[in-house]
Unconditional design. Structure first.
Length: 137
């Protein structure tokens, strides 16, 4: 048990190096972004590491990575489920979050217009969510 405990730093360093490479393809700060970012969403709450390297809710996992790493006892890699995503699955994961953000932004009362002929009020239509996957019937 002591040997395993002493080896944690080396294992966490290896996970950190893998995450650093994967993070380069993320939408926020990656040098080679492969994921299209939703411009109107609150992207500041997300981290590239959470998008590409975790399997839980994006905002919750990102919050863990936004805290300073103070060693293996408080490592963010212990506080979330790890899963290395392909670019395609990371894009799908991000699109699910962006679809919810789009719905949140466009929820609530909408403006409208009054038909001059009848005097009736008509609400503007809700824009189609570009991040929702279309399901064929």
């Amino acid at each position: 048990m002591v040997t395993a405990w002493q080896g944690l730093n080396a294992h966490l360093a290896a996970i950190g190096r893998i995450a650093a490479v994967a993070r380069q393809f993320g939408p926020r700060l990656g040098d080679y972004p492969q994921i299209t970012e939703h411009a109107l969403g609150e992207n500041s709450r997300l981290t590239d590491t959470a998008i590409i390297c975790t399997d839980g809710p994006l905002e919750a996992d990102s919050a863990v990575f936004n805290r300073p790493d103070q060693g293996h006892r408080t490592s963010p890699y212990f506080r979330c489920n790890l899963r290395l995503h392909s670019v395609e699955s990371a894009q799908d994961r991000y699109n699910a979050w962006a679809a919810d953000e789009f719905d949140r932004i466009h929820s609530g009362p909408r403006d409208g217009w009054i038909d001059p002929a009848t005097g009736e009020m008509h609400e503007n239509p809700v824009p189609e969510n570009p991040y929702r996957q279309k399901i064929s019937t």
